[in-house]
Design a protein around this ligand. Structure first.
Ligand SMILES: Cc1cc2nc3c(=O)[nH]c(=O)nc-3n(C[C@H](O)[C@H](O)[C@H](O)COP(=O)(O)O)c2cc1C
Length: 389
């Protein structure tokens, strides 16, 4: 174990300074109406700022309506979406968490139900309930798996149009006050589909070779980089491995990460999988504690920009070791902060920092004397259950 609390040292992500290395991973909440943020988002995300996250990343936010995963995704395809997100970004920044947002296009994996309804493609039963499926698109006319819709293969006009949409959505995100813009290039969504030979079997300039398959994501990166300007950080989430027969492996994505760096990306966020729902192709990515740490470690060796890891990080000491041992520069938390939004604050205590110095004063001024009183009572041998003994 390291004696130095490296988890609580600052990190520069391009032009943006994070006060420490614990951040909130993007998580779809399926709580939007026509792409608009709701009160749910403000409360849900705002709580992570109060809980001490250095960076809070808003969930996958669609750059165009057909790029939504479900009917209930956030969107930024119109200026009307800005005010709701601006309120959230403002709250996060005012409470010490850098506001970030993930921009997304679900490609051939769009038009599905919420995960608690198995995340299956929408069909006529959903249409009868007022939630019709919509036509999906992708690099090639290949479905994500058996029973999934066949996407329309995007032509050059579609590709140009979609790059414009990424650019416009990114500009709106900056207008809304976000300081970190993450592109969702993982989990089998559109950017990942262009990169992977499983979903991209094009024979034109946007497919065929490795270079061809990289073209669309790199063009999106270039367009977004230009749109967001030098004061905003650009992050890219990738799937380090496809985890599917015939798919991308770690060497492929390490090389791609270096290209992302050259194209102006400031942070690589390492996830995995999602390219296919066909179980017969699945090569199984083991889900243990910190299950992307080996991937992020390797990708970190191929770039000179910060790398984030994510996946079943549950203990402060575990997060700290990930940074100490160069598995990652930044640790993202998903379900751990759903379980405990104060996880980042609690991690400081666990790692020996001043207990309440970093809390919002509205909480800290009340919790500090409470902790002292509990300590005094414990010293006298009194416990919360003493009166019942
Ligand atoms: C409810 C939920 C929604 C998610 N939505 C997204 C998303 O919008 N974008 C994304 O890249 N990953 C998404 N993920 C994946 C998480 O960001 C994270 O990578 C994953 O949950 C593993 O981290 P964890 O073990 O800390 O939860 C989601 C995960 C959960 C649990």
């Amino acid at each position: 174990m390291s004696d130095v609390d490296v988890l609580h040292t600052p990190l520069s992500v391009g032009p943006v300074e994070l006060s420490h290395r614990v951040a909130v991973s993007p998580m779809c909440m399926y709580a939007s109406v026509d792409g608009h943020a709701t009160d749910f988002h403000l409360v849900h995300l705002g709580r992570f700022a109060l809980g001490g996250a250095a960076l809070t990343m808003v969930e996958a936010t669609a750059v165009e309506p057909q790029g939504r995963i479900s009917h209930h995704d956030l969107g930024l395809w119109s200026d009307d979406h800005i005010p709701g997100l601006q309120r959230i970004a403002g709250f996060l920044a005012a409470h010490g968490s850098v506001p970030g947002i993930q921009l997304s296009h679900a490609g051939r994996r769009a038009s599905v139900r919420e995960p608690w309804r198995a995340g299956a493609p929408l069909d006529e039963t959903d249409a009868a309930a007022g939630l019709p499926p919509w036509p999906v698109e992708g690099p090639s006319a290949l479905p994500a798996g058996p029973g999934w819709p066949i996407p329309a293969a995007m032509d050059i006009g579609d590709i140009r149009r979609s790059i414009e949409r990424w650019r416009d959505a990114a500009a709106r995100a900056v207008a809304a006050g976000f300081r970190v813009i993450e592109l969702h290039g993982a989990h089998g969504y559109l950017l990942h589909e262009f990169l992977s030979p499983i979903a991209n079997q094009r024979t034109d300039a946007y497919g065929g070779t490795t270079e061809g398959r990289m073209r669309y994501p790199l063009e999106v990166v270039a367009a977004v980089r230009e749109a967001i300007g030098p004061e905003t950080a650009l992050a890219y989430r990738l799937s380090a491995v496809d985890g599917a027969v015939g798919g991308l492996d770690l060497d492929d994505t390490a090389a791609f990460a270096a290209r992302l760096q050259d194209a102006g990306v400031d942070l690589i966020d390492v996830s995995s999988g999602g390219i296919s729902t066909d179980r017969s192709l699945d090569t199984r990515i083991r889900r243990g504690f910190a299950f992307h740490a080996d991937f992020s470690h390797r990708i970190r060796e191929s770039v000179d920009i910060p790398v984030a890891t994510v996946g079943l990080v549950v203990e402060p000491e575990q997060a700290q070791e990930l940074v100490t041992r160069a598995d990652a520069d930044l640790v993202l938390l998903g379900r751990s902060v759903l379980d405990d939004p104060n996880w980042p604050h609690h991690a400081r205590v666990a790692l020996g920092d001043d207990e309440f110095a970093e809390w919002d004063v509205r909480y800290g001024h009340a919790l500090a004397p409470r902790a002292r009183l509990i300590g005094k009572l414990a010293a006298t041998g009194e416990s919360p259950m003493s009166r019942f003994e």
